[in-house]
Design a protein around this ligand. Structure first.
Ligand SMILES: Nc1ncnc2c1ncn2[C@@H]1O[C@H](COP(=O)(O)OP(=O)(O)O)[C@@H](O)[C@H]1O
Ligand SMILES: [Mg+2]
Length: 226
């Protein structure tokens, strides 16, 4: 029997994924669901080291294949060290980005063969898919503007502003292909995805996400059964 519940956040840069993933994690924990929050690329000691290589603005010479394999290596470590073991205990995993980002960014964005990416992703994840993927929909330019603006100020309650990295720095057309790619991914597996309008205040979006997640959890792991 499958245990636990695996939730991922996807969407363009600046949509609010990291903000909302944290809010959801805190609220799930506060009502007693055993929950962990993690992110991609990263989430384990080894995966965070790989992340540093991936986001470094100096690494302009990185070949697309290298990029794909590094994301996949970071993911393989995260899945085997953290996500699978935690799901096996019956817990909820909230992950800020996951394999769909590879299809959107390296597949639709960089034009890499999607079948090839599927093979690599299956190796990295052992076929583990999210139970629910929350898509935060935002105009690409609005999202990038939010992210740029956030570099200029320190958010209340955060130690550092969100990073502006090698992947964010790609051109607008690339980010638009990525957003279109997400639309195609959603059309292929509509039952796994739930799309929300991210161009609204943080609290309102958090509440909508909460309602969606609660409705799903009520079916598969009601709190009384914990
Ligand atoms: N709903 C929102 N409305 C306006 N600004 C937001 C909203 N959600 C997040 N932000 C701000 O936008 C920036 C990017 O948010 P973040 O959660 O890091 O997005 P992502 O992880 O999707 O790139 C941050 O400065 C954050 O405070
Ligand atoms: Mg983020």
């Amino acid at each position: 029997m499958k245990q636990g519940f695996f939730i991922t956040f996807e969407g363009p840069e600046g949509a609010g994924k990291s903000t909302q993933a944290r809010r959801l994690y805190e609220r799930l924990q506060s009502i007693g669901y055993p929950t962990i929050l993690t992110r991609e690329p990263g989430g384990t000691r080894i995966s965070e080291l790989i992340r540093r290589i991936l986001v470094d603005l100096r690494h302009t010479e990185m070949a697309p294949t290298t990029e794909i394999l590094l994301f996949s290596a970071a993911r393989a470590q995260l899945v085997s060290e953290l996500i699978r073991p935690y799901l096996a205990t019956g817990g909820i995993v909230v992950c800020d980005r996951y394999a769909d980002s590879t299809f959107a960014y390296q597949g639709y964005g960089l034009g890499r063969d999607l079948e090839e990416l599927r093979t690599i992703t299956d190796i990295a994840t052992g076929g583990l898919k999210p139970d629910l993927t929350l898509y935060l929909r935002i105009d690409v330019e609005v999202g990038l503007q939010r992210k740029r603006a956030s570099r200029e100020r320190i958010e209340p309650g955060s130690v550092q502003p969100p990073e502006w990295n090698r992947l964010d720095a790609r051109d607008l057309a690339y980010h638009q292909r990525v957003a279109q790619g997400f639309n195609e991914l959603m059309a292929q597996e509509p039952e796994r995805w739930y799309a929300l309008d991210a161009d609204q205040p943080v609290d309102e979006l958090a509440e909508q996400i909460w309602q969606v997640v609660m409705a799903r959890l009520a079916q598969v792991m009601p709190l009384a059964a914990q």
